[in-house]
Design a protein around this ligand. Structure first.
Ligand code: FMN
Length: 350
């Protein structure tokens, strides 16, 4: 096991904790992972949901909470690496990136779209930048655009496969049916593509794999494919330190393999979640009109969506599990107990 070097940063454990919104990876989980030697990632998705003015001024509340959470995480993990996951689809994406840079995020990881403008939004700062890609095509387009437009290569590339949780960069059919062998080949091709830019810029560009990494054998497999590290999310939900409430963690503990399904989220992308009462009700066609728009993503049509994704995700972290969208990765059913972050890290790497 080699440390993960990302630009000037070195994580002694080659682990990135995947960003999980809304409210699942905040300062608590991210600082625990950073203290364990990995990279802790705060999700900025509706991060200000607990702020008193969230309903009236969601953007201001979210930008303020980015500062508060980064500050808390950095204080709780002195010398540790703390970054942010900011989805490209976020409305006012640029303002979120600037707030994270201002608050001293070491790294920004962006998926749910290609973060074409990320280099200009972080220019002149120390914050490192990384796209999340799911195909060699996306990796190639992104690297080519940054190269042409900014003369810049990514500091890190996250390759997120079909077993991941939350929104997926795949069609429903691909997410259900892509074989491990087929996706392994895609990972090798992405690593080769990124290497051409590493050579061109004479810099290391580590590639980490994500999606379904749950045990030591999965980590080993990623290294054998040529990855420099792994990004893990689902496994960290059932830790004491995870910022979600116990009701969220209990839903993971209770879920069987048959309860984990692909859903079409109102965002228009497929996502993976636990088939709870909320999902069963939606399958019957029940539409839940959005009471108030929380300005979460670009291109949402509140009058047409089956439910408001912000409300459904906030319910998940406020003990309203039956009314919640409970995002999870394909391996969430494997959880059988609450563990400490340190135990998870040891079980993955020692
Ligand atoms: C509960 C949950 C919430 C997530 N939220 C986000 C998010 O806000 N932004 C994002 O880019 N990825 C999100 N993801 C994806 C993770 O960051 C990660 O890349 C992926 O789930 C890795 O697979 P694993 O969960 O099997 O380890 C989420 C995943 C889960 C399980």
């Amino acid at each position: 096991m080699r440390p993960l070097k990302i630009g000037k940063l070195t994580a002694s454990v080659p682990l990135i904790q995947g960003g999980m919104g809304v409210g699942v990876s905040l300062s608590g989980l991210s600082s625990a992972v950073a203290n364990a030697g990995g990279v802790g990632i705060i999700s900025t998705a509706q991060i200000g949901f607990r702020e008193p003015d969230f309903d009236e001024h969601p953007l201001e509340a979210n930008l303020r909470a980015i500062g508060t959470e980064i500050d808390r995480a950095k204080k709780a993990a002195p010398g540790g690496i703390i970054g942010c996951n900011i989805m490209v689809a976020t409305r006012n994406y640029g303002e979120y990136v600037k707030a994270a840079v201002k608050a001293g995020a070491d790294l920004i990881i962006s998926g749910a779209g290609l973060p074409i403008r990320l280099p200009e939004l972080t220019a002149g700062s120390e914050t490192l930048i990384a796209p999340i890609v799911s195909s060699v095509k996306a990796a190639s387009v992104l690297c080519r655009m940054w190269d042409r437009k900014y003369r810049k290569a990514p500091d890190l590339v996250v390759v997120e496969g079909p077993k991941a949780g939350g929104h997926l960069g795949f069609t429903e059919d691909e997410a259900e049916n892509l074989t491990q062998e087929a996706y392994d080949e895609e990972i090798r091709r992405i690593i080769a593509e990124v290497k051409t830019y590493a050579d061109k810029y004479q810099q290391d560009i580590p590639v980490v794999t994500a999606g379904g990494i749950y045990g030591r054998e999965d980590v080993k497999h990623s290294f054998l494919l040529g990855a420099d590290g792994v990004q893990v999310a689902t496994r960290f939900v059932t830790t004491w330190e995870c910022d979600a409430p116990m009701s969220y963690k209990q839903a993971y503990l209770d879920a069987g393999q048959e309860d984990i399904v692909i859903v079409k989220s109102p965002v228009g992308m497929p996502g993976r979640a636990i088939r709870n009462k909320f999902i069963k009700d939606r399958e019957k066609g029940g539409r839940l009109p959005a009471v108030k728009c929380h300005q979460c993503i670009e291109h949402c049509r509140p009058a047409e969506i089956p439910y408001c994704i912000t409300d459904a995700l906030i319910h998940a972290v406020t003990d309203r599990t039956d009314e919640a969208l409970l995002f999870c990765g394909a391996n969430a059913w494997r959880s059988d107990r609450i563990e400490s972050v340190e135990d998870v890290v040891n079980s993955l790497f020692c």
